[in-house]
Design a protein around this ligand. Structure first.
Ligand SMILES: [Zn+2]
Length: 456
């Protein structure tokens, strides 16, 4: 019976829908997000909208025609540094239609898709622009720091050593997706980026460690793309940073999460994971062309080992956050976070604090507190790498190499290493190295940890 009625109902609904659509749609908001790989335009509309896109050259432009629509918002300003866009202008076409013209710096490839309403937005039309010559298509995944001396230092460090340990730092949310919003208006996406930048700075100062910023600006990166970037750069650890909200405004403290395929460690963890996983819907990922997005990754031996490592790293970070202040839960939490699904990169998600708690919201905005959070995460990360040192990598054995800490440094022997090579690399004599480590000859084995004496 039901089956017979349904098509009829659908037909009626379609007719009703059409009569509603006959009313002109309004564009209620327009935004531009500039990221290193592309420029994203978002139009928020009162209903689903029919559109066409075509390019014009000499000069390069892109025309967006919106049928039966009117503009009810200002066109957004464009970042001067945007790779493709100069600006937007719009006008009425044929009485009831809307035409928006994009003035371009160069020819672009344009892709458009519609997004259905969700908890945060109504109908949206998204247009992604990438330079046609392909220069901006591949994401340049290097950390960028406003402080140029730091960048130079980092370059020198990279040049001097074979393979640094790479820590992927994932600032949660961004661009269209603000994440949670505190009572005072603080956006999670801004707090996570600030903490991520602090952490990157600290990591770049550590010998042998290198930071990879997954996002370094106010734009959205899809959850699967975050994983892909970390894997592409062969990251040794993936740290996703968040500051979420909870229904209970009294909830406070830090928590650290790892991936679970078999249920969550608590109802709250499950709720949080589903909330974080909906970021793609809010941030604007074209799910229709991303079949494998959020698809279950085959569980295998590699992944078991990855989860074990992730748990170790999470426990170390949680312990260090505990030193800083209150922790929300005393043990590592588990849930099905999509962003932690790299099969071969140990991954953790740090909920630094509850932005829904007014006291914690205030602290999250504080530069000094952001730094303290970053330091605690760094100490946990270093603790993890001391326990699981990637081969041939120098690990600073002091808790934190602040000024004048002077802690001993360790070198983990990798394949092909020789005692003379290590001595030369660290500007110490072989005899000093032998004496320092109680070695009678030059025999060393892979995995052995040598203590490097201070420069004389
Ligand atoms: Zn979040």
């Amino acid at each position: 019976m039901n089956r017979l009625i349904s098509p009829l109902l659908l037909l009626l609904l379609a007719v009703a829908g059409q009569s509603v659509c006959a009313e002109q749609a309004s564009v209620q908001g327009a935004r531009v997000w500039t990221d290193p790989a592309k420029t994203r335009l978002v139009f928020e509309t009162s209903s689903a909208i029919t559109h066409r896109i075509f390019p014009l050259d000499e000069p390069d432009r892109l025309v967006i025609d919106l049928d039966d629509a009117r503009m009810e918002s200002n066109l957004p300003k464009v970042d001067l540094g945007d790779a493709v866009l100069v600006g937007l202008r719009g006008g009425v076409r044929g009485g009831s239609h809307l035409r928006i013209v994009l003035d371009l710096k160069q020819p672009v490839r344009a892709k458009s898709f519609a997004l259905s309403p969700n908890e945060r937005y109504g109908h949206r039309l998204v247009i992604d622009l990438t330079p046609k010559d392909g220069s901006g298509v591949r994401r340049v995944a290097l950390p960028s720091f406003p402080d140029s001396s730091l960048s130079k230092g980092a370059g020198r460090k990279r040049a001097g050593r074979g393979s640094p340990v790479v820590v992927a730092i994932d600032a949660g949310h961004g661009g269209e997706d603000p994440g949670a919003i505190g009572g005072g208006g603080t956006k999670e996406k801004d707090v996570t980026l600030a903490i991520a930048r602090e952490l990157a700075k600290l990591i770049e100062r550590e010998p042998g460690l290198e930071a990879l910023m997954i996002r370094d600006g106010d734009y959205y990166v899809g959850l699967q793309q975050r994983i892909d970037m970390a894997r592409e750069r062969r990251a040794d650890l993936f740290v996703s940073i968040h500051a979420d909200a909870f229904a209970n405004a009294n909830a406070k403290g830090s928590s650290v999460y790892t991936l679970s395929y078999s249920g969550a460690s608590s109802e709250a963890a499950k709720w949080l994971a589903s909330r974080e996983n909906s970021a793609d819907l809010i941030g604007g990922v074209d799910l229709s062309t991303n079949d494998d997005l959020l698809a279950t990754v085959l569980m295998d031996m590699t992944q078991n080992a990855t989860i074990e490592h992730s748990t170790e790293a999470a426990a170390m970070v949680l312990a260090n956050l505990g030193r800083l202040g209150v922790v929300h839960r005393n043990d590592v939490q588990r849930a099905g976070f999509a962003v932690l699904k790299a099969p071969d990169v140990p991954s953790i998600l740090v909920e630094t604090a509850f932005i829904s708690n007014s006291e914690e919201e205030r602290r999250l905005r504080d530069r000094g507190h952001q730094r303290q959070l970053a330091e605690a995460i760094l100490d946990g990360v270093k603790g993890y790498f001391r326990k699981y040192p990637p081969h041939g990598v120098l690990v600073d054995a002091s808790p934190r190499s602040g000024s004048g800490g002077g802690g001993a440094r360790e070198y983990v022997i990798g394949p092909g290493d020789t005692l003379s090579g290590i001595a030369k690399q660290h500007s110490v004599s072989i005899s000093a190295l032998r004496a320092h480590n109680g070695l009678n000859d030059d025999m060393i084995r892979v995995g052995q940890v040598l203590s490097i004496p201070e420069d004389s």
